[in-house]
Design a protein around this ligand. Structure first.
Ligand code: SF4
Ligand code: SF4
Length: 96
């Protein structure tokens, strides 16, 4: 039986079956977690944000593994982004 991905329980949604969908969102740097300067830029309002490349993905995303290359130093917002949350599901629906 074909099951629509949107009907999967949140427990069946994992980052390992994703394509780093949430790593295309704008990530504000609201605390110092040691993000390397090369991945930091400033948005139109002067706030520090993670740099995103032309295709929208965060510059810290390892394109070979599709995992965060600065995991130990990832921003607070990335730490708080919950797998299986409404925001996670929304990103998956938009990009997968
Ligand atoms: S948190 Fe959600 S959107 Fe982000 S990589 Fe994991 S499954 Fe994908
Ligand atoms: S810092 Fe890491 S977890 Fe956060 S958006 Fe960039 S690649 Fe994704």
């Amino acid at each position: 039986m074909k099951i629509d991905a949107t009907e999967l329980p949140a427990t069946e949604i994992t980052c390992s079956t994703c394509h780093a969908c949430c790593c295309r969102l704008e990530v504000l740097l609201i605390s110092d977690t040691g993000v390397p300067e090369r991945h930091i830029t400033h948005n139109d309002w002067g706030a520090s944000v993670m740099t995103r490349l032309e295709d929208g993905w965060c510059s810290a995303l390892n394109r070979n593994t599709m995992m965060c290359s600065i995991y130990e130093n990832r921003p607070w917002i990335c730490r708080e982004f919950e797998m299986g949350s409404d925001e996670c599901i929304a990103e998956r629906e938009e990009h997968m």
